[in-house]
Design a protein around this ligand. Sequence first.
Ligand SMILES: *Cc1c(COP(=O)(O)O)cnc(C)c1O
Length: 854
Amino acid sequence: MSLPRFLIPYLRDLPAELLPLVEQIADLAMDLRWTWSHAGDAMWKIMDPQLWELSENPFVLLQNLSHERLQALSQNRAFRQHLDQLVNARDGYCSCGGWFGDVYGDAGLRGVAYFSMEYGLGKALPLYAGGLGVLAGDYLKAASDLAVPVIAVGLLYQEGYFRQMLDADGWQQEIYPYNDSSSLPLRPVLAHDGAWLSIPIELPGRTVQLHVWEARVGRISLYLLDSNNPLNSALDRGITGKLYGGGEEIRLIQEIALGIGGWRLIEALALEIDVCHLNEGHAAFVTLERARCFAEKRQIDFREALWATRPGNLFTTHTPVAAGFDTFPRALMMKYGQPYVKNLAMPVEALLALGRSNGQDESEPFNMAYLAARTCGSMNGVSRLHGQISRSIFQKLYPRWPQHEVPVTHVTNGVHMPSWDSPWADEIWTHYCGKGRWLGSEEALAAEIRKLDDAALWNLCGQERADLIRHARQRMRVQLGQRGADAETISQVDRILDPNVLTLGFARRFTAYKRPNLLLHDHDRLARLLTRTDRPVQLVVAGKAHPADNEGKRFIQEWVKFSQRADVRSHVVFLEDYDIALAQEMVQGVDVWINTPRRPWEASGTSGMKVLANGGLNLSELDGWWAEAYTPDAGWALGDGHEHTGSGWDAAEAEQLYHLLEDEIVPMFYERDASGIPAAWVALMRTSMAHLAPQFSSNRMVREYVEQLYLPAAAAFRQRTADGSTTAQALCQWDAQLETSWHEIHWGNLIASREEHGWLFEVPVYLGGIPPESIQVQLYADPVANGAPVCETMQRGGEMPGAVNGYLYHVRLNTPRPCTDFTPRCIPCHPDACIPIENHLIHWWIGNITLENC
Ligand SMILES: *Cc1c(COP(=O)(O)O)cnc(C)c1O
């Protein structure tokens, strides 16, 4: 392996005998797999504890290590052994077939390309703002563990998302750190000729060159596009300047860079990709560029190419409200769409129509989620509840289809447990379930972890809580120092928090729907809860507000002010700058993780999943993942499982929150047996660890993506593109004919004849110019009570005498329901098409039913 370019100046004067050692270390340091290796952590710490603590970035550590220190390490046998072990472990990890190779190695899935605006992989590569990015990071780590053939595409931002500092008044200040690419664990990707690979994208009046970097995440390559290239104008160098920073236009250009640049990158590297996975609608332009390139290669038209490639595209939506989708105004889309459609042989209006719910309505803004829905073969939400919410949001794209048939499924999110577990928890899980535990079946894990005895579990809690308190005090010292506190105040930090006290954690983005002040509904009541001498409670709070969200900043200030009250000062801390590192400390050390979103705004939420492996318990609104995870023997639920509006409901939930804490949670924690163990509490921990941790791990999530979505998508894509894409061409023609002639379909009278156990339904259908094979007639009834809907195919009889392309359709149904519950409908039908996602035409029968034999 060649050494990273940026190490070269550092290596210039390195004694030659140290070179192999440095190469070995650099190899490990460049692979973000160390972000989930406790053994790795230990080694970096040995190399230089202080540098490690400051940077948590092995690559930076290596760059700052003195030659003397390297010399000493090279002679340290224990260190050399440790290093060899890690190198061997990594080689072993990367070379085995893994779960995917073992189970699906022959299934024909060649490659998945994952597209996301943000990736949260760790402190060393700060390219994320929050939950979406952390999810993408956890997805990559799990895909690597399972050896799924994934590559990922994103943008390299010159400035990461803002860092948070609070002023003396508790008001959030934003600091934008500079991402110095020479200290990030990245490698430039080179073209065949040895030059730095650069991907062109055409923008109005100029071509922008995007440089390509590669980050290694175990087996997986994450490619990052970067416009900060001296070959671009000063203006264009700023395109990848900030994550979610610039205005609307920069945002559009970033999405063009990610989608169109992203696909060109795949072409430039000649990667074999069957499936494009869009993590949120930001990347939806990739579907256009994929089809465009396909059309060019096969010399077919763009529409046919879209029919060929669509089944290979998958869209994951993360938004719980339609207002959350990215939209762009018509004028802006015209400006950027005009140059692009030149290559598509398609009018710009046709392109814009792909981003509207009603293609004809020119006043509708261009919606990235709608573009994704129109150009992907499948769509999913990120929890069961969110799947349902998404079906109602996307209903607009499938007018007259029943909501339950809107084609959005769900894959519930999960978290990469090895990235979130504490060293203590890792030890216990390893002892009971083995090293490869997150790769095995969920049931086997549950059975093993159930065997954990009470003392082991309670010990785990104690060790983790003590760690958190150490970290929190250290952070408070720095925080207070930065704010200018006096030595006396700083010295009192050691009296804050107590390692034997019930510890609650709350950390998330401070925004209205998360209700970060619900716990503060009644300051005095909360203070009383915290300070009872026989059963004290403490709270660790963290979170950032969006720079433009003053309401969110006021919530933070309210917490800071509360934490400064004399009576609760030693029981509450607000820790600045919530990021992955702080999240890890918190989820490992808290006893209870609190989450109070306003249902149904939390599409999934993942922070609560991070406490599961560590024995933490959840107290959460029945929203997102918790709505499907909650059972009374594994945590506590807020809310009644329904949606409510109005502040009256917030007050009711605040009351419920206090009540649960005061009357159930706190007493249970302090109810000890003779050996000092809270038996009921530990029983909850055991169930939560055994049943919820495996279920909400990203291992389960990635397997579901593979089995339910990627494999079928790859198969459909292959089928459409086989034999010179004949299937895609046939589908395109079939679709065009339906489009032109659909209005010609009309119905005759519906006759329902009573039979012994139900009904015989008969209806003439006149199909105009549409061949009968191109459609299907169905008899449909909405569900009653908790039942399922009825949808039966009606059989086509012979051509009706005197009619042209008119047939009598019939179906017999055994049912107690009245015949008026049932309505015939006509929908498109083709053995290779996916309905309604690829064609949402539908024609319902209307009229009066003629009854017979009644
Ligand atoms: C896990 C995580 C999130 C997502 O948290 P939710 O509470 O589920 O929205 C956001 N930010 C960081 C730093 C995280 O680690």
